[in-house]
Design a protein around this ligand. Sequence first.
Ligand code: FCB
Length: 452
Amino acid sequence: MTEANPFPKDFIWGASTAAYQIEGAAEADGRAPSIWDTFAATPGKTRDGDTGAVACDHYRRWREDFAIAEDLGLRGYRMSVSWARLQPAGRGELNPAAVDFYRAQLADLRSRGILPVVTLYHWDLPQILEDEGGWPERETAHRFADYAGRTAAALGDLVEDWIPVNEAWCVSFLGYHEGVHAPGRRDLTAALRAAHHLNLAHGLAAEAIRARRPAARIGSAVIMTDVEAASDRPADHAAAQLSDGNGNRLFLDPLFKGSYPEDMVWHYRNTEAFDAVAAGDLETIAAPLDFVGVNHYHRFRIAADETDAHLGGRALPPEGQVTSFGWEVSPDSLRRVLERLAAEYTDLPVHVTENGASFDDEIGPDGAIDDAARIAYLDGYLRAAGEAIEKGVNLRGYFLWSLMDNFEWGEGYSKRFGLVHIDYETQRRTLKRSAEWYRGVIASGGASLAWG
Ligand code: FCB
C-alpha cells in the first residue's frame, strides 16, 4: 500500500490518439489511400464494414478537440501524423497542405501548454508502398527513414519528442500473419521479415530525425504484455516463454540489447526470416534512445497446446472483470511490465504511451455518460503505475488511450475507449464522467486517486 502520492510534480499526464483513427477526411488535400483505407473498404474485414473515412472528423474539428484537451488540463498529447497525408506518393517531397495542417496543430497544442509527442507510423502505410511489397521488403524501411527525416525537417521546430513506430508487433503479426489488420496477409515468413524491417525502420528513422534535428528526443511505443505460464508444468512454461519471446522480446531485445532472442532465432530456423538481418542492422536498431514508451493492455496466462502450430500455446480465458473487448482488467500487470523493463532492459525515462479500456458506455436520460467502470479501470492502472515509481521505475508520463472514442481498427466504431464520447451521426463531443475524473486526477497531481 502506498503512503504518499508517488507521482512527481512534473509528471506528464497525457492522452493518446492516432491519425487514421480520428482524422477522417480521407481524400482531403492530396491525401492518398493507406493500407487501412484499402483493408477497411474490403467487405468482411472490419466490423460492420466500418472505415476511417470520416471517423471523428478531427481533420476539421481539431480545434474543438484540443480545447477539450486543454480544459482537462492535459500536459501531454501523443498524436500520430499520417504518412499517406504527408507523403502521398510514398517518396519525394512532402505535401505542403499536410505540412501546414500538422504545423497548425502542433503550434496550437504548444500555445495551450500541451507537450506534443509525435508518432510517425501508427499503421497507415501508403497503399502504393504495400503494392511494392510492404513491410516484408527492406526498401520500405528506407522509404520510412526518408519520410521521417523530411517530416522532422518540416515539423521539428514545433516538436521535440518523436516515436518512429507504434507497436511493431501488431503491424507485423496482426497485419501479415493473422491477417486481421491491414494489409490482411497470412504469411508467417512475411510477418517475421516485416518485424525486422519495422525494427530497422525505427533505427533508420532515429538516425534521419537526429540528422535534421540534433536536439530531438526519440523513443519507442513497444507493446508489452504480461505473460505468465498457466501452471508449473514445464510444457506450460515452455509455451509461455515462446509467447513472451514472440510478443515482447522479439522487439525489446533488438532495441535494448542489440540482438534477437536465441530461442526465437531457433524457433523460426526453418522460415529463413532472419536472412533479412543484414550486417550492421542490429547496431542501427539499438542506437541509444532518449526515452522508452510502453503500450500496455494485456495479461496472458499461457498453456501448452500442441494444436497451435505457431507457438504451441494458447491463452486461458481471462479471470475476473473484463472490458467490452473481453480484455482482462489486471492493473498489477502494468506494474509488472514496467518493473521488468527497468530490471531487464533499460534505466531510460519511461512513459506509458498507451493504456486504457473500452466499455459499452450508455448515455443517461440527462445526456450524461457515467462510465464508472472506466474510472475504476484507470484508477487501478494509475495506482499500479505509481507503485512502479515507488519501486524505482523512472516513469515520467502516462498517455491514456484515448482522448476520444475513435475507429478501433478491425472492431470499427463498436469499441469506445475515449474520455470524450463521440456521436458519429452528429459529431457531437460529450465529456464522459471519466474525463471529469481525469481532470481531477491531473489537478491533484495524482493525489486524488483511490490510494489506501
Ligand atoms: C493499440 C493501438 C491503438 C488502439 C489500442 C486500443 O494496440 O496502438 O491504436 O487501437 O490498441
